[in-house]
Design a protein around this ligand. Structure first.
Ligand code: NIG
Ligand code: FE
Length: 411
C-alpha cells in the first residue's frame, strides 16, 4: 500500500485504560496511542513517542483527546441478538406470578420467539438486529457474539447465522457466530428428543463446520433445556468437527454444567448461578472463562448469585455480557451490565471492565487480537467523556461515548 493512502492515526492527550499487565490499575497509561493500518503500534507516555511518530510527520492524522479516557472497544461475548417478535406479554405474566420455567413448559418462552423468527424474512431479521447492534455500538461496543437458536430447523438456523454475517459486512463491528441448535426442543421433535439431538450431531454440526457458518457450538443445559448426556453428545460432535464449545450452564439449577464445559476445554461456561466449587475448580484447570450475565439474573428476579469469590480464588477469568434476548434479558446496554456486575455480584470496577475486554475476548478465542490496548492488537477503541474507569461504570444514563474507533478508523 502506498504510504500516502495509509491511515496513520495518533491519539494524544489521553487517559488510557490499556488493560495490559503493566503494574498499574487498569493498565493505566497517560499519553498517546499510535495506530497504523488498523493495528495498534505503540501506546505510552508522549515524551517517549517513537521517532517515526513525530508529530510533524505529514501522513499523520493527530487527534487530541483532551484528557479523555480511552478503553479497548467493548466486547459483548454472549448475545441472542438476531430474533423477531416481542415477549413483553411474558414480562407481564411473570409479574402476575408465572415463572420463566412455567411459561417455557406451556410452549411460550424460547418457542414463542422461534415461531416469530421462523416467520420473519432474512431482510426483516437484519433490520431488527441492526437496530439493536447500533444501540450497542453507540455505547462503545466493537465486537459482538451472536447465537443462533431461535430457528431450530435447518433453514431458519442458517438464516439466523447468515444475518449475523451480513451484520458484520454492513456495520463496523466484529461478529463471532455461535451455533445454538440445542436451545430448545422444536415442536416437530416434541416427542423425539433423541431424534433431535441426532439431527444436530449428524446433520447440522457437520454442515455448520463444513460451510464455516459458526465459530463455536453452544447448548442450553438445564432441566427445561438439554440434559448433560444430550449436551455431551452435541459437544462430541462439535469436537469431531473442530468447533470449540461454550455452555449455558447452571443458570436455574446445578446441572454440573460448568464441569461439563471444562471437560471439553470450553471457551466459556455462562450464567453459573448454581455452579459449585468443584465446577469452578474444573473451569480453572481447563482455562475456561466464566461469563456472568447479570441482566438475566436481575430480570428473572433470581436471588442465587454466581460464585464470584470462588471464581476469584481459583483465578477463573470473569467476563460480563448482556445476554441480549427477548425473554430473560431484553437489554442492549453492556455498560448497564458492567454496572450491575459491580452492584449485584460485587465485581470491582476493574474486574468488570476486564470482563467486557480482555476476558470477553478470551471467551471468543480472540484474546491475541482484541480486548487490550497493546502493540499488535486491533485498533478497536472507545473514547469516553470521562477521565476514569470508575466514572464510566458508576453513572448510568445517556451514553458517555465520545468517539468510537474500529479497525483504526474513527466512526
Ligand atoms: O441465555 N436460557 C436460555 N437462553 C436465553 C434465554 C432465551 C429466551 O428466553 O428467549 C438465556 O437466558
Ligand atoms: Fe443466553
Amino acid at each position: 500500500m502506498a504510504a500516502s493512502s495509509r491511515t496513520r492515526l495518533l491519539l494524544k492527550n489521553a487517559h488510557i485504560a490499556s488493560l495490559q499487565d503493566n503494574g498499574e490499575p487498569y493498565g493505566l497509561i497517560k499519553g498517546a496511542i499510535a495506530i497504523d493500518n488498523g493495528t495498534i503500534q505503540w501506546a505510552g507516555s508522549e515524551d517517549q513517542l517513537p521517532p517515526d511518530w513525530c508529530q510533524t510527520a505529514t501522513d499523520l492524522h493527530i487527534c487530541d483527546l483532551g484528557g479523555r479516557l480511552v478503553t479497548p472497544g467493548l466486547i459483548d461475548c454472549h448475545t441472542h441478538l438476531v430474533f423477531a417478535g416481542d415477549r413483553s406479554g411474558e414480562f407481564e405474566q411473570r409479574l402476575n406470578g408465572a415463572s420463566y420455567a412455567d411459561i417455557a413448559r406451556a410452549g411460550g418462552g424460547i418457542l414463542a420467539t422461534v415461531k416469530a423468527t421462523r416467520a420473519a424474512s432474512e431482510a426483516e431479521l437484519l433490520d431488527l438486529a441492526a437496530a439493536r447492534l447500533e444501540a450497542m455500538m453507540a455505547e462503545g461496543v466493537t465486537s459482538v457474539e451472536i447465537k443462533s437458536g431461535y430457528g431450530l430447523d435447518e433453514a431458519s438456523e442458517i438464516k439466523m447465522l447468515q444475518v449475523a454475517k451480513r451484520l458484520e459486512e454492513s456495520l463496523p463491528v466484529r461478529i463471532s457466530r455461535t451455533f445454538l441448535g440445542a436451545h430448545a426442543l422444536p415442536p416437530e421433535y416434541a416427542h423425539d428428543r433423541a431424534g433431535y439431538v441426532n439431527w444436530l450431531c449428524q446433520r447440522m454440526i457437520p454442515r455448520i463446520a463444513g460451510e464455516q457458518l459458526a465459530d463455536a457450538v453452544d447448548a442450553y443445559c438445564e432441566h427445561i433445556g438439554f440434559t448433560p448426556e444430550e449436551t455431551r453428545k452435541i459437544f462430541d460432535a462439535a469436537v469431531r468437527h473442530n468447533l470449540p464449545v461454550k455452555l449455558h450452564a447452571d443458570q436455574l439449577s446445578d446441572m454440573r454444567g460448568a464441569a461439563l464445559a471444562a471437560e471439553y476445554c470450553g471457551l466459556s461456561a455462562d450464567h453459573l448461578e448454581y455452579t459449585s466449587v468443584q465446577g469452578v475448580k474444573a473451569m480453572a484447570r481447563a482455562g475456561s472463562v466464566a461469563v456472568l450475565l447479570p441482566y438475566a439474573f436481575y430480570s428473572l428476579g433470581e436471588t442465587r448469585k454466581p460464585p464470584v469469590a470462588a471464581l476469584r480464588q481459583w483465578q477463573v477469568p470473569m467476563a460480563v455480557a448482556t445476554d441480549c434476548n427477548p425473554g430473560t434479558a431484553p437489554n442492549t446496554s453492556l455498560l448497564t451490565c458492567l454496572n450491575m456486575a459491580c452492584v449485584l455480584f460485587g465485581l470491582t470496577p476493574e474486574e468488570s471492565l476486564n470482563g467486557a475486554c480482555t476476558h470477553a475476548a478470551r471467551a471468543l478465542g480472540r484474546e491475541q487480537t482484541c480486548g487490550q490496548i497493546a502493540p499488535g492488537f486491533h485498533a478497536d477503541l472507545a473514547v469516553w467523556n470521562v477521565t476514569t474507569p470508575a466514572q464510566l461504570l458508576y453513572w448510568r444514563g445517556a451514553s458517555p461515548l465520545y468517539m468510537r474507533i474500529f479497525n483504526g478508523r474513527i466512526d
